[in-house]
Write a protein that binds this ligand. Structure first.
Ligand code: ZN
Ligand code: ZN
Length: 281
C-alpha cells in the first residue's frame, strides 16, 4: 500500500535551493574560464588503487582571493534570500578578512566537522549554518574540478569502487540515486560536485546486502517516480528517482530537496541513511 506524504514543505523552500543552484551554475561558468586544472590520467585505476576519491589523490588548488570573493557573493545572495538570518550573515561578512582560506578549503575537503564545530563556537553561530555557507561557496569549484572525470567514472564504477555511497570524485556522502529510463540501471548522485556513478541495481548501498526479499521499496500515493529503497538487514534507506514511469530525467539536486518528505517517512519507519555527520542540506 502506498504511503501518504507526511509533510508539506515550507513555502519557498524548494525555490530557495533552486535559486542557489542557479547562482552556483553561474559561478561555475565564471570559474571554468579562470581555473587551470590538469586532469589526472586513468582516474578509475587511481581511485581503485588508493581506495580514495580523486580529489584526495590530486588535491585541489583554490585561489584564496577568489574563494573569499565567492563567499562574499554567496553571503550577499543569502542576505537577500534569507532576511530571517540576516544578523548571523552580517556577522560572517565582518569576519571575511580574518579567515585562513587555504585552511578552510583543506578542512572542507577532509570534511573535518570537528574543526568547523570549534570554529562555529568561536564565531558564535551554528555549525550547520557555517558549514552550509562555506561548503556551498566551494561547490562551484568542486563542480569545475569534477567535470573532466565524470564521463570516465560514470558506468560500471562498482567494479573499481566499493564505497557506493561515497562520491568517487569529491568524497561526499550521497543519499540519492536515479534509475535510468532506458535500462533501469542505478546511478548514485553527488549533490556537492554533481558526479554520478553506477552501483548495482539491487544491492543495499550501505551494507552490500543483496538477499532476495530483504530490499524493498516504498512509494507515496500518486508518485511513481520518487521511491525509497529500504534494507531490512542494516535498516538503511536510499532515496531514488526512477526515470522509467515518465521516461524523463530530472534535476537531481532539486529532486533531492523536493523529497525531504521521503527522508521523514523513512525515519518514521525506523530507517536511517547512515549519515556520519548529519546532512548539510
Ligand atoms: Zn562529489
Ligand atoms: Zn543494508
Amino acid at each position: 500500500m502506498p504511503s501518504k506524504i507526511p509533510v508539506e514543505l515550507p513555502s519557498g523552500y524548494v525555490e530557495f535551493f533552486s535559486d542557489l543552484e542557479s547562482w552556483q551554475n553561474e559561478q561555475q561558468i565564471k570559474l571554468q574560464a579562470v581555473m587551470q586544472l590538469e586532469k589526472a590520467e586513468e582516474p578509475m585505476r587511481k581511485i581503485a588503487k588508493h581506495r580514495r576519491p580523486m580529489i584526495m589523490i590530486t588535491g585541489l588548488e583554490v585561489d584564496p582571493a577568489l574563494y573569499r570573493q565567492l563567499l562574499a557573493d554567496l553571503l550577499d545572495f543569502l542576505v537577500e534570500q534569507r532576511p530571517d538570518i540576516k544578523t548571523n550573515l552580517e556577522e560572517l561578512q565582518h569576519k571575511l578578512p580574518d579567515f585562513d582560506y587555504p585552511l578552510l578549503v583543506a578542512r572542507l575537503l577532509e570534511q573535518d566537522m570537528e574543526y568547523f564545530g570549534d570554529l562555529a563556537g568561536a564565531l558564535n553561530i551554528s555549525p550547520e549554518l557555517l558549514i552550509f555557507i562555506l561548503d556551498h561557496a566551494l561547490r562551484p569549484y568542486l563542480r569545475v574540478y569534477a567535470a573532466p572525470y565524470q564521463a570516465e567514472l560514470f558506468e560500471n564504477t562498482y567494479h573499481h569502487w566499493d564505497l557506493p555511497t561515497i562520491c568517487p570524485v569529491c568524497g561526499s556522502k550521497s543519499h540519492f540515486s536515479r534509475l535510468r529510463a532506458e535500462d533501469g540501471r542505478r546511478f548514485m548522485f553527488c549533490d556537492r560536485c554533481f558526479t554520478e556513478w553506477e552501483t548495482r541495481y539491487l544491492e543495499c548501498v550501505h551494507c552490500g546486502n543483496d538477499e532476495p526479499g530483504k530490499i524493498n521499496y516504498i512509494a507515496v500515493e500518486n508518485d511513481a517516480s520518487n521511491q525509497l529503497y529500504i534494507c531490512d538487514k542494516c535498516r538503511g534507506y536510499l532515496k531514488t528517482y526512477d526515470e522509467r514511469p515518465t521516461g524523463m530525467p530530472t534535476d537531481l539536486f532539486v529532486a533531492n530537496i523536493q523529497t525531504i518528505y521521503l527522508d521523514m517517512l523513512a525515519e518514521q519507519k525506523g530507517y536511517r541513511n547512515h549519515n556520519g555527520h548529519g546532512s548539510d542540506q
